[in-house]
Design a protein around this ligand. Structure first.
Ligand code: ADP
Length: 258
């Protein structure tokens, strides 16, 4: 069994997930990138003693990638189960990360798995399979308030138990940085202050703002000996924008804070 990864609970998500699993319902995590969604699902899988398969969805991801395909083996064609089919048969958790990015046929394929039927139709085999009692469908999506991200239809969203993930309160975020990277409390506090300041700069028109992930990255770099300001420039500031003036302003701001 894999070691349970570190996860700091932010709200009531652990109890909600457990009850969702018990009731054989699908679970949707909403929220911007880097807010601990994947970590949370990994943590829950380990806590429940379950195997988990993750699919990072993108615009190329099709139902074939998930359900399975025929492949040529020597002179024969053989059927190969995809990760979704495997999870449905064997009772794993499947985590469809950024599900809204996938092709529409992915949504069509998962619909019968997200209601009382709990079944998967494999059109290429003309077969319908009932999900194993331990199967759970978990998906994440980044709501459309950011440019460039696709929406999820209300009719799809309404099939899931859903929870929003966001940036944790300052003391919790500090604790995460300390636990995750071994950095001092003092530096963790400064990094969290930097994040709070940048998150408040809504006028900059950043597509995404500072996530906990970026702070964790900066903390790792500092922990391994990179000067603090440089670490913040490369781990926090640079990933946020490509515009020279914005970068300059953010560098000046962060230099004052660490
Ligand atoms: P998402 O899936 O939302 O994009 P991740 O789960 O990959 O984000 O989180 C990015 C990183 O942030 C994790 O690798 C972890 O270091 C850290 N992190 C964020 N939130 C938490 C949390 N609540 N507990 C522990 N680590 C967290």
């Amino acid at each position: 069994m894999k070691k349970t990864p570190y996860y700091h609970e932010v709200g009531k998500e652990v109890a909600v997930f457990e009850k969702t699993y018990e009731n054989k319902l699908p679970f949707l995590l909403k929220g911007p990138t880097g807010t601990g969604k994947s970590r949370f699902v990994e943590y829950m899988a380990a806590r429940l003693g379950k195997k988990m398969l993750t699919i990072a969805c993108n615009e190329e991801t099709s139902s074939t990638d998930l359900v399975g395909r025929y492949i040529i083996k020597g002179k024969e064609t053989v059927w190969l189960d995809g990760p979704l089919t495997k999870a449905v048969k064997e009772g794993f958790i499947i985590y469809l990360d950024e599900i809204a990015e996938a092709r529409p046929d992915v949504i069509v394929a998962i619909h019968p798995l997200t209601d009382h039927r709990r079944e998967l139709y494999i059109d290429k085999l003309g077969e319908t399979i009932k999900a194993h009692p331990g199967f759970m469908l978990v998906a994440s999506f980044n709501p459309g308030y950011q440019r460039g991200f696709k929406e999820l239809k209300p009719s799809t969203k309404q099939r899931f138990i859903a929870m929003s993930f966001s940036y944790p309160e300052a003391p919790v975020e500090q604790e995460i940085l300390v636990q995750e990277t071994g950095i001092s409390k003092d530096i963790a506090k400064k990094l969290v202050t930097i994040a709070a300041k940048i998150r408040n700069l809504t006028d900059l028109g950043l597509t995404e703002t500072v996530s906990t992930r970026l702070l964790v990255d900066a903390a790792h770099l500092i922990r391994s000996g990179l000067p603090k300001r440089l670490a913040v420039h490369v781990a926090v500031v640079e990933p946020l924008s490509d515009e020279y003036e914005i970068l300059q302003a953010l560098r000046d701001l962060t230099d004052l804070l660490i």
